[in-house]
Design a protein around this ligand. Structure first.
Ligand SMILES: *[C@@H]1O[C@H](CO)[C@@H](O)[C@H](O)[C@H]1NC(C)=O
Ligand SMILES: *[C@@H]1O[C@H](CO)[C@@H](O)[C@H](O)[C@H]1NC(C)=O
Ligand SMILES: *[C@@H]1O[C@H](CO)[C@@H](O)[C@H](O)[C@H]1NC(C)=O
Ligand SMILES: *[C@@H]1O[C@H](CO)[C@@H](O)[C@H](O)[C@H]1NC(C)=O
Ligand SMILES: *[C@@H]1O[C@H](CO)[C@@H](O)[C@H](O)[C@H]1NC(C)=O
Ligand SMILES: *[C@@H]1O[C@H](CO)[C@@H](O)[C@H](O)[C@H]1NC(C)=O
Ligand SMILES: *[C@@H]1O[C@H](CO)[C@@H](O)[C@H](O)[C@H]1NC(C)=O
Ligand SMILES: CC(=O)N[C@H]1CO[C@H](CO)[C@@H](O)[C@@H]1O
Length: 393
């Protein structure tokens, strides 16, 4: 399509029915302008994919500086301002399994047990993999004893770093300068393990796990097994983010639904490549090549359709080139018609005759009358207006 049409479509694209939007926002769907498409997208993401044993919960910040009620500020992310998408990813392949747009506190959310917001968010995200004995990894925004208990009742285990100021961490686990580097202390209850680890002097990290029940420490690195497990699985969402960044399809926009749409395109290229590689593990196709092929595959149908429309021959030849079809120099019935020829004086008749003709010679394009033209026999079925014109019959 032309750039003009592309920009027009970009300007006109909407993702919902604006007439009913206010009602949907009032009933709790703050992101109503895009949420239906977003949910459908997420549903499609999970339809053809089975998660591995390990999944990661995290938040993704889609850079956005325009006006939006639920735009967030996150100091730790490079973009700082943006829309927060809560994600559940496969920790091994970084495939996005479930996600929702974080729109702030939702007073209409059902919360009979008075759980904290991070806990509710995780419970929402893991709903498709409940009771599968999978293990979830999360960072200190999510980790709490409450979450571990709730996940346990849903047949899932959890590993995560913990804020040191949580009330339920006992004093022995509080930072203590006298501890030597690479030492660990463990605490056990019936179903969970807490580990306090000092990777360097003055540094410490506390992790909670309901998947590990031993004080196993790696003999070479002196790191507790829990820490190594956390390290190997925590990057699920961040890696997805990184992969998106290297081939972003994002364009600047002041409309947040459009930004979400670009993020969906972003994620779908990464997810579809994961599916492709799962189906063809021997094909080490680079992301760049994959994205080019994906783009071409997506426009194929549209190009075919345009080829049968009334557009200029040059345009058709460009399309044929992209599709890999041989160029055609013969006009076809659907080619754009030239404007009707002006009647001009035949160059071969004497001037005095002043014989006017609408025809031109197909080679030299000079006006020519019937008498001075070669006649060809063409059956009625084949004679089209365009052929008559260009052959100068
Ligand atoms: C999800 O899949 C269905 C069925 O294939 C399709 O109709 C729908 O457009 C898809 N949704 C999105 C957001 O791609
Ligand atoms: C993906 O899921 C859809 C809907 O369940 C199904 O029709 C389709 O065959 C699946 N595709 C593959 C490759 O499994
Ligand atoms: C810090 O650790 C030392 C040695 O393990 C211990 O004697 C001391 O009581 C600890 N201090 C605190 C505040 O826990
Ligand atoms: C690390 O600990 C030492 C002594 O315990 C202290 O002098 C130093 O300021 C600490 N460094 C930082 C960055 O906290
Ligand atoms: C986590 O893994 C990275 C690389 O995979 C490594 O550089 C880092 O030291 C590890 N950290 C811990 C605490 O194991
Ligand atoms: C696409 O992904 C990258 C990395 O997350 C980001 O820089 C870019 O802004 C994204 N675009 C959108 C609209 O999310
Ligand atoms: C193609 O368009 C031209 C004007 O742009 C028109 O005169 C002609 O009839 C059209 N041809 C077909 C086959 O639609
Ligand atoms: C794949 C895997 O290691 N799953 C483990 C998750 O955690 C539970 C509880 O410890 C184990 O039983 C699973 O084997």
């Amino acid at each position: 399509m032309t750039l003009k049409r592309f920009l027009f479509l970009l300007c006109a694209i909407r993702f919902d029915d604006p007439d009913s939007r206010a009602d949907r926002i009032a009933s709790g769907d703050t992101a109503a302008a895009v949420s239906e498409v977003f949910k459908s997208f997420i549903k499609n993401c999970s339809t053809n994919y089975t998660c591995s044993e390990f999944a990661t919960v995290d938040e993704m910040l889609v850079p956005f500086r325009g006006k939006c009620k639920f735009r967030m500020y996150m100091k730790s992310k490079p973009a700082k301002y943006g829309l927060k998408i809560m994600c559940l990813c496969d920790a091994r392949t970084h495939y996005l399994i479930n996600a929702f747009i974080y729109t702030g506190k939702n007073v209409l959310r059902r919360n009979p047990k008075k759980l904290s917001i991070p806990t509710l968010d995780v419970l929402d995200l893991v709903s498709p993999i409940e009771n599968t004995n999978r293990n979830i990894t999360g960072d200190n925004w999510f980790t709490s004893n409450e979450l571990v208990s709730e996940l346990k009742s849903r047949g899932l285990t959890y590993v995560g770093t913990m804020r040191k100021n949580k009330r339920d961490i006992s004093p022995q686990f509080q930072p203590n300068k006298s501890r030597t580097a690479q030492s660990s202390i463990f605490g056990f209850t019936g179903d969970r393990t807490l580990v306090y680890f000092v990777p360097k002097r003055n540094r410490s990290v506390i992790l909670l796990s309901s998947m590990h029940h031993t004080d196993l420490v790696n003999k070479e690195s002196n790191k507790p097994e829990i820490n190594e497990f956390y390290n190997s699985t925590k990057s699920g969402v961040d890696s997805l983010d990184q992969k998106c960044a290297s081939y972003s399809c994002s364009r600047r926009s002041r409309r947040w639904p459009l930004t979400i749409f670009f993020a969906m395109l972003n994620i779908s290229t990464v997810n579809s490549r994961t599916l492709y590689i799962a189906a063809k593990p021997e094909d080490k196709m680079t992301r760049k090549k994959f994205n080019v092929l994906l783009g071409k595959a997506l426009i194929q149908e549209h190009l075919q359709e345009r080829l049968s429309l009334n557009i200029s021959r040059e345009m058709k030849n460009i399309i044929r080139k992209v599709l890999g079809i041989a160029e055609q120099n013969q006009p076809d019935a659907t080619d754009l018609q030239p404007p009707p020829a002006k009647r001009m004086r035949c160059v071969l008749c004497p001037r005095s005759k002043d014989r006017k003709t609408p025809m031109t010679c197909s080679k030299c394009r000079k006006p020519i009358c019937k008498q001075h033209a070669q006649q060809r026999f063409v059956c009625n079925a084949c004679t089209t207006a365009s052929e008559m014109w260009s052959d100068g019959v």
